[in-house]
Each structure stands twice: as C-alpha cells, then as structure tokens.
Write a protein that binds this ligand. Structure first.
Ligand code: AQP
Length: 328
C-alpha cells in the first residue's frame, strides 16, 4: 500500500488555501492509503515568533485538522517536534544535499530577498521536509502547487542517499511525488499572490460568516466591471471565481460564468452566492472545532497516540539508515 505524508506549519490559522490545496485532499485520501499528517512546528520556528503563540497555534492547528475531517482512526496525526527522528534524519540528509539545489529554490529566493538577515534554517527547510516525508517511506505527498519544487528536491535527496548507501537496483527510499488537486493554488484576497499565512491575505477556515463576508465584500474582482451593467470575464476574477470553482456546485459555476459575462449579476450578487456555498461547507467544520476546543483531553489523546505511532515507524527508519551508514 502506498504511504502518504503531508505537513502544515502552525505559523498562523489554517486558511482556505491550505484547506483547498491540501487538507481537503488529506481527508479524502486517508481511508485509501496509510497516511501520516503532521503539524510541522520545527518548520514554523524559522520565522520570528513568541513561544506562547507557537504553543497555542500548534494546538489550534491540530483542532482545525480534526474538525476538517482528519480522523485518527484512519491516519496518524502528530506534532513534528514530538518525533525527534525528523531532525536527526535532516542532519544526515544535509550531508548529501548540494548547496546549489537549496539556493535555487524559488521559495528561498523570494523569502530571503525580503529579509535583512537570512537564517540558515530558511535555506535548509526543504531538507527537513525531505526527512519528514522519507522517514515514513511516503511515496505520495498531497500538497498545494507551491510545494512542487521542494518535492523535486526530496526526490534528489532520496536518489543521492540511495546511490551512496543502498545496493544498486534496490533503493531504500522511494522518490515521493506530489498529489495535486484542481484547487492547487488559491489566490489571496489581494489578488496578487498565493493565499498564505505569512502574507496576511487569508480567510481562516474557522472564521464566522460575518467575518468571511467582511473579507469577501471588498475583495478584488474583474477590473472591467466598474458599474453593475459592465460585462466582465470570470477568468479575470481569480479570487472570487477561483473560490466559486472550489466551493460551489457545477450549476452555480455555470450561472456565475453567464451572469458575469452578460452583467446579469453585480459583483456583490456573485459574492453573496459564494458566501452561501462557503457557509454550507465551513459551518459544520466550525461547529466541530468549537466542540473539540471544549474537550482538550480528546485532542491530547489523539496527538499522544499519533506521536507514539509515528515514532515507532521513524525509529525503525533511523535504525536502518544508521546501520547502512556505519553509524551503529
Ligand atoms: N494558497 C494556497 N493554495 C493551495 N494550497 C496551499 N497551501 C498553502 N497555501 C496554499 C498548501 O497548504 C499546505 C500547508 O502549507 P503551509 O503550512 O506552508 O502554508 P502557508 O499558508 O503557505 O504557510 P506560511 O506560514 O505562510 O508559509 P509560506 O510563507 O512558506 O507560504 C501545503 O501543502 C501547501 O502547499
């Protein structure tokens, strides 16, 4: 059976870009594959943070994942720092990862350009990501489009390690491939960049209908639609039309296309229809999150059991790796 691994940073609230690009797919896949899902707190400490915030966000992220449908009866849900083998394997992988491969990562180039002092963790982040995945021998990684280049690097790392330490024709590590969805890149509300916790252009998964409306109402639309009577083109409205394609049924998406082109609806009508379909999917998630927040022992038990299951697999991988490398 194929194994799946994927992670999410507790660097802020789970937003609908994370949900549509990754988490909704995790929920769909968990019953079909042996799945490991991880709140990657070691990744989140690369940016400046307050310890009490990280502690709270890690917990809230776990609650959001459980509320979104991640089911510990079908998968292993855990917090990365509870399984120290992640960082141990990362060190090992650092020794076989060419510096040039790290420097050419687009995420590194973009983020380092915005910083005065660049920390080594920002450069080495994809090596930890390779360790996260390969510790579990995962060959499928359900992620959004922004992670595709990092996964290419995971494959390079798996190949480099196999070619040094595994017999030819019998690779120890699989080469993990991305599992993408049609909603692989959700645009932020500013319409300029991908929706991202660190860019503050998000709608959080657990926001109330009023909070969501307060963000949708001013969100950018097709610039051609200055007046309600101006015809538009939904393809020039990636924020609202993109979300309709993610949340609305086919009949509504067709209605949006027709009414935008013929100026049958104003942009506010279109946004109201979107809000209705978002509420239909998100309200039950918000209700479950509320219930989980009131039952902390349930969340603790799920994370404790997840860390124990993950650690057993991770320890076995590390034993094999160290034996093959002469580190035993
Ligand atoms: N906008 C998005 N559209 C589709 N998928 C997305 N993902 C993230 N943003 C989008 C996917 O969500 C998973 C978790 O990624 P993350 O924790 O790195 O999310 P983030 O919001 O991008 O977080 P940060 O803290 O703001 O990180 P940076 O600054 O690195 O972007 C992944 O599968 C991701 O592809």
């Amino acid at each position: 059976m194929s194994r799946i691994f994927s992670g999410i940073q507790p660097s802020g609230e789970l937003h609908i870009g994370n949900y549509l690009g990754a988490v909704r797919n995790w929920v769909a896949l968990q019953a079909h594959y042996e799945s490991f899902f991880c709140v990657v707190d070691y990744h989140a400490i690369i940016a400046a943070y307050a310890p009490e915030d990280l502690r709270r966000r890690t917990r809230e992220m776990a609650i959001s994942l459980l509320a979104a449908g991640i089911d510990p009866a079908h998968c292993t849900l855990f917090v990365q720092s509870r399984v120290p083998e992640h960082t141990e394997l990362q060190w090992i992988f650092n020794t076989i990862t060419p510096l040039g491969e790290l420097e050419r990562q687009v995420a590194f180039k973009e983020k380092s350009a915005r910083q005065e002092q660049v920390m080594a963790g920002l450069l080495n982040y994809p090596v930890l990501q390779a360790a996260d995945i390969l510790l579990y021998h995962a060959d499928r990684v359900p992620v959004g489009e922004d992670q595709v280049q990092h996964l290419e690097l995971s494959r390079v790392i798996a190949r480099n390690w196999n070619s040094r330490f595994a017999p030819e024709g019998d690779p120890y590590f699989p080469e993990p491939k991305p599992e993408l969805t049609p909603t692989r890149r959700i645009v932020g509300l500013d319409g300029n960049a991908k929706m991202s916790k660190s860019l503050g252009n998000t709608i959080a998964l657990l926001e109330t209908p009023d909070e969501i409306w307060a963000k949708l109402r001013p969100a950018v639309t097709d610039p051609a639609r200055v007046k309600k009577t101006d015809p538009g083109n939904p393809d020039n409205c990636p924020v609202i039309f993109g979300l309709h394609k993610a949340f609305s049924p086919a009949a509504t998406i067709a209605e949006v296309e027709t009414n935008c082109r013929a100026a049958g609806w104003g942009c506010v009508d279109c946004k109201k229809s979107l809000l209705e379909h978002m509420n239909a999917e998100l309200t039950p998630i918000r209700t479950r999150a509320q219930a989980l927040t009131e039952q902390p022992s349930l969340v603790d038990a799920a994370l404790d059991a997840g860390a124990e299951k993950a650690r057993a697999v991770a320890q076995q991988t590390l034993r094999h790796v160290k034996a093959r490398m002469g580190l035993d």
